[in-house]
Write a protein that binds this ligand. Structure first.
Ligand SMILES: [Zn+2]
Length: 120
């Protein structure tokens, strides 16, 4: 990957991270505002369901934020776009589709197959 491509991915990842972080803050303040404004238990039951759904979404978001941070570290360390398993360069097309991936498609597929076997 050349420096122009790296710069492109860095910008994209930073924007995505900032977007996710901004949304996480908004979710918390919305939750607090909702909670304080609810008068009876019935509404609170619905609120609990919503809150659980939101927390699951936030959990996924925070995992993605961690992956984005790792990817940004990889860019700084000069190993971004290199497969962690086989050390080969991951095609840019795959990085475009999955900018936080650390494995080439071959290694990823092999790892998933292995996981399935272990699962049985
Ligand atoms: Zn690989």
């Amino acid at each position: 990957m050349d420096s122009t491509q790296l710069e492109f991915f860095k910008k994209m990842l930073e924007e995505r991270r900032d977007e996710l972080l901004g949304r996480a803050d908004a979710t918390v303040s919305e939750l607090l505002a909702d909670w304080e404004g609810l008068p009876d238990l019935l509404d609170r039951a619905g609120f609990e369901r919503d809150r659980n759904a939101l927390l699951r979404i936030r959990d996924r978001e925070s995992k993605l934020i961690r992956k984005i941070r790792t990817a940004l570290d990889d860019i700084e360390d000069g190993v971004y776009g290199t497969c962690e398993e086989c050390g080969r360069e991951i095609p840019v097309a795959r990085m475009m589709a999955r900018p936080v991936t650390r494995y080439c498609i071959r290694c990823k597929t092999r790892m998933e197959q292995k996981e399935k076997v272990v699962g049985y």
